[in-house]
Design a protein around this ligand. Structure first.
Ligand code: 1CP
Length: 354
């Protein structure tokens, strides 16, 4: 077993006792940090940064040098998987991600390969191994993937979307084509996450950023069902320790009970769900991660501290809480505000872990 100097994050995910509530921030490596912008400029573009293990390691470690975070997250992107399937990912300046070959028909779906994570995605595994060496056992490393549904939205729409009309057209006009795509993605993501675990990821998180765009029945069938398949196929132990799995569906607050039945260890919450209510509903089955509105970080240190205190009180006494934002940190947040947030979580949470 590898000794970790700080294993609060892993312990909280397994609802084991901790001294203070662990905290990390979604998108903690990113454009709100001037040092990130400098490294990214050195790499050229975003995908070159992801594909360079030394630089990906550098940007993963940058937020940990500034703040007392309890976990590191692999620097990569969810869209590496569709890129490895041959869709031609590129980033238009200021426009977000785009695919040169979107998936529009059943024939397109059937042509897609299931990528070998050690080949086409070998650069991600190299980054995981490099980051583990760089962390020197200080805090655990989180690996991640997009959910099949969320990846499919980008692959079918050809990029980011607000209304998801193209993929919903496929869903209602040719549901079998979409199921075949989601099934292929579930197989690809299972292999990808297991490879990250073997390379050294000590916990994994599945980001279902767009699950909340679905109706209840469609969510169960087209998103949760495939995340469940992934969880069933994951290697849950490595280096003599359990590898906890966190499921995050943005806008998924109404489905927590169903999510908690997938065999995951924790659920990520966005800020639209009350954490006290979430704990009453599923807290005997899974840990909870979240859930401060990232926009609160625009407020003063006092305002941030008040919100942290309210969320800690909402979760209440006992184990099973990982503090986080309800979604990624915004790029124009002053880094000192992120520091005040992390510091407040540690300072105010000891009383709940007596
Ligand atoms: O210009 C830049 O530097 C690129 C911006 C950027 C960054 C910093 C992108 C492009 N991806 C990332 C890193 C990233 N993406 C991480 C790194 C680790 C960390 O958290 O520090 C992670 C976990 C992701 C995951 C990701 N990418 C998600 C799921 C989580 C979420 O935020 O909902 C999604 C939906 C993406 C797609 C994506 N990649 C990049 C952008 C700008 C987007 C979003 C586009 C959209 O809104 O549709």
């Amino acid at each position: 077993m590898t000794e970790l100097k700080n294993d609060r994050y892993l312990r909280a995910l397994l609802r084991q006792p901790v001294d203070v509530t662990p905290v990390w921030m979604m998108r903690q490596a990113g454009r709100y940090l001037p040092e990130y912008k400098a490294t990214r400029a050195q790499a050229g573009d975003f995908m070159s940064l992801c594909k360079n293990p030394e630089l990906a390691c550098e940007v993963t470690l940058q937020p940990l040098r500034r703040f007392d975070l309890d976990a590191a997250i692999l620097f990569s992107d969810i869209l590496t998987v569709p890129d490895a399937m041959g869709l031609g990912l590129y980033f238009e300046a200021g426009e977000g991600p785009r695919f040169s070959h979107p998936v529009r028909s059943r024939a397109d779906v059937d042509r897609l390969p299931v990528p070998d994570p050690e080949q086409e995605l070998g650069y991600v595994m190299d980054a995981v191994r490099t980051i583990r060496r760089g962390l020197q056992g200080s805090v655990p490393l989180i690996g991640f993937s997009g959910s099949p549904w969320t990846l499919a939205t980008y692959m079918v729409e050809g990029g980011s979307s607000k209304a998801f009309t193209i993929i919903k057209k496929m869903m209602y006009a040719d549901p079998e084509a979409l199921h075949r795509l989601l099934d292929k993605l579930a197989r690809s993501v299972t292999l990808y996450l297991n490879a990250q675990i073997r390379a050294g990821a000590q916990s994994v998180m599945i980001f279902d950023t767009w699950g909340g765009a679905l109706t209840g029945r469609d969510y169960l069938q087209f998103s949760l069902n495939y995340m469940h398949k992934i969880i069933d196929g994951l290697q849950r132990e490595n280096e003599g320790r359990r590898v906890p799995v966190t499921l995050f569906t943005k806008g998924g607050g109404q489905w927590l009970e169903a999510m908690a039945q997938t065999g995951c260890d924790a659920l990520g919450l966005d800020w639209s769900t009350d954490i006290a209510d979430a704990r009453r509903r599923v807290g005997d089955k899974v840990a909870l991660q979240g859930n401060m509105d990232p926009s609160i970080l625009y407020g003063s240190a006092e305002r941030i501290e008040q919100e942290v205190a309210d969320i800690l009180a909402g979760f209440g006494n006992g184990e099973g809480h990982v503090f986080n934002l309800g979604h990624g940190i915004h790029q124009d947040v002053p880094p000192e505000h992120a520091g005040a947030f992390v510091e407040a979580v540690h300072r105010l949470s000891g009383q709940y872990h007596q």
